[in-house]
Design a protein around this ligand. Structure first.
Ligand SMILES: [Mg+2]
Length: 221
C-alpha cells in the first residue's frame, strides 16, 4: 500500500467515524440556550407584543358580540389568571424556570403579580359592556384570599367572580376548568370568550371563542 493510499484510507475511516457519531447522537438542545431564548423573548418586548395581538382580537370580539346581544342574554367572559391576567415573570425568572412549590406558593401569597396591561383591557372592555367576568384558576382554594388581594391591587376585582380549584379536586386542570364552564352555562350564562395561556384553559368547549396567549415558560395539563 502506498503512503498516499494509506493516508486516503485513514481519511475515509475518520470521516465515516465522524459521520457515524453525528448521526447516532440524540442530544437535545442545551437547556441554557432555551433559557436565554425565553429571557430574550421577554426582554425584547416580543412577548408583550404577541400578548397585545391576541388581546386586541379578544377585545374586538367581545365588543362586537356584546353589541349584538340578544335581549336577556347573560354574556360572560372566562379568563385564566396565571400568565393570563397575572404575570409571574419576576418569580419565573428568579427561580430560573424551575418549579419549586415552596417558592411558588410564597410568591402567590405575596399577591405581588402585575397585570399584563393588554389583558387587563380585556377585563375593562367586558366590564364596560356588561359582560360578567369569571376568573377560573387552577390555584387552590387555600390561595383564594391572596389571589383576591392580588386582583384588588391591580384593580380587577370589581364585577368579577373568582373560581378557585377545590382542595380535593383531582385530575387535570383541563377537566376542572371545563366542568367549571359547563356549570356556568347550565346556570344560564353564555360564555362568549375564554382567554388563557394554556391549551388546558381552552379545551373542552363551553365558549363561543377561545383566545390563546403565548406561554413558553411552563405547561399545565
Ligand atoms: Mg395560566
Amino acid at each position: 500500500m502506498t503512503r498516499n493510499v494509506r493516508a486516503g484510507l485513514v481519511a475515509i475511516a475518520t470521516a465515516l467515524l465522524a459521520a457515524g457519531c453525528a448521526t447516532s447522537l440524540k442530544e437535545p438542545a442545551n437547556i441554557e440556550f432555551s433559557k436565554r431564548e425565553l429571557r430574550q423573548y421577554v426582554a425584547s418586548g416580543q412577548y408583550m407584543k404577541e400578548i397585545l395581538m391576541v388581546a386586541t382580537e379578544a377585545k374586538a370580539w367581545i365588543e362586537q358580540r356584546a353589541a349584538h346581544r340578544v335581549p336577556g342574554e347573560r354574556l360572560a367572559l372566562v379568563m385564566d389568571l396565571d400568565e393570563t391576567l397575572l404575570f409571574n415573570w419576576p418569580e419565573i425568572q428568579a427561580a430560573d424556570f424551575a418549579y419549586d412549590p415552596v417558592r411558588w406558593n410564597a410568591w402567590v401569597e405575596s399577591a405581588a403579580a402585575h397585570p399584563g396591561e393588554p389583558v387587563r383591557e380585556i377585563y375593562e372592555v367586558a366590564r364596560n359592556d356588561a359582560v360578567e367576568i369569571f376568573f377560573i384558576t387552577g390555584r387552590r382554594e387555600r390561595y383564594r384570599d391572596a389571589t383576591a388581594k392580588n386582583l384588588q391591587r391591580i384593580q380587577c376585582s370589581d364585577s368579577a367572580t373568582l373560581i378557585c380549584r377545590p382542595a380535593d379536586s383531582q385530575g387535570t386542570a383541563a377537566a376542572f376548568k371545563t366542568a367549571a364552564r359547563k356549570q356556568l352555562v347550565q346556570e344560564g350564562h353564555v360564555i362568549i370568550a375564554n382567554v388563557g395561556d394554556q391549551l388546558s384553559d381552552l379545551s373542552g368547549g363551553f365558549a363561543e371563542r377561545t383566545f390563546k396567549l403565548p406561554d413558553p415558560f411552563y405547561f399545565a395539563e
